[in-house]
Write a protein that binds this ligand. Structure first.
Ligand code: OAD
Length: 232
């Protein structure tokens, strides 16, 4: 039975109404990366960084933001497929979980988690966060979004490396191939691994894949999952 790994990026959530990171203007919701997504930004202007992620976190409670057909197809696939199946996501939203996926690795953290700066412990959190938020355990320590910022090590890397080195099918969905290490994962798979990319356009790493399927993930991923299960 083939072992399948799916890497997802912001493009899979685009069809749910969440903005991708690299818009045509090079800004994330009007901000330069270094203003909101680095440890230096948090040290310099914590209020701005808290606010940026508060807005992102609040979006997840908006009833208009729902898992789309691509998230649902992957969740259905996981339930029907008897082999090993894992999603590695760069996304900090919770749409894979809400679609019903179970084997999910959040390598860039999660919007609905906050982290204690003193102990490193993380906590489920759906509200706004700022300097005045009481620590869930009453400790005198600051709290930050449980998000991997630029210059920080992505989470769960040992597990990811092990999974990639042993997978037979690698699907990369809605990611621009700009941010490492995720953009290099396709090269961490073994030579015999079948590699498919799903995107609305070619990316800088498209030529490494056996196939690039162009189109919105809600359509292309749904079709691929159906075809794979019916031909196996
Ligand atoms: P990007 O915004 O860089 O790229 C999104 C990709 O999705 C682009 O290649 C789009 O062409 C593609 N896309 C857009 N709409 C799509 C659709 N409907 N169907 C399929 N593809 C679509 O987002 P990521 O690659 O996820 O990290 O960015 C990687 C990381 O950069 C993020 O996780 C974030 C950021 O730094 C952190 O926050 C740590």
């Amino acid at each position: 039975m083939q072992k399948i790994i799916v890497l997802t990026g912001a493009g899979i959530s685009a069809d749910s109404g969440l903005k991708t990171f690299r818009g045509a203007d090079g800004l994330w919701e009007g901000h330069h990366i270094e203003e909101v997504a680095t440890p230096e930004a948090f040290a310099r202007n914590p209020r701005l960084v808290y606010e940026f992620y508060n807005l992102r976190r609040a979006q997840l409670l908006d009833p208009a933001i729902q898992p789309n057909a691509a998230h649902k197809a992957l969740a259905e696939f996981e339930k029907s497929y008897p082999g090993s199946f894992h999603i590695i996501t760069q996304n900090v939203d919770n749409l894979h979980e809400r679609a019903g996926s179970e084997n999910i690795i959040h390598m860039h953290g999660e919007l609905q988690k906050i982290r204690c700066l003193q102990t490193g412990e993380s906590f489920f959190w759906q509200d706004d966060l700022d300097e005045t938020t009481p620590h869930p355990k009453g400790i005198h320590s600051s709290l930050r979004p449980d998000i991997v910022w630029f210059g920080e090590m992505p989470m769960h890397m040992a597990e990811i490396e092990e999974l990639l080195s042993d997978c037979d099918v690698f699907l990369s969905i809605g990611t621009s191939g700009n941010v490492y290490p995720a953009a290099g994962f396709v090269n961490w798979t073994k030579g015999s691994c079948y590699k498919v990319e799903f995107n609305t356009e070619e990316t800088p790493i498209s030529e490494i894949f056996d196939r690039t399927i162009i189109g919105p993930a809600a359509k292309t991923v749904t079709e691929w999952c159906r075809d794979f299960l019916t031909t196996k």
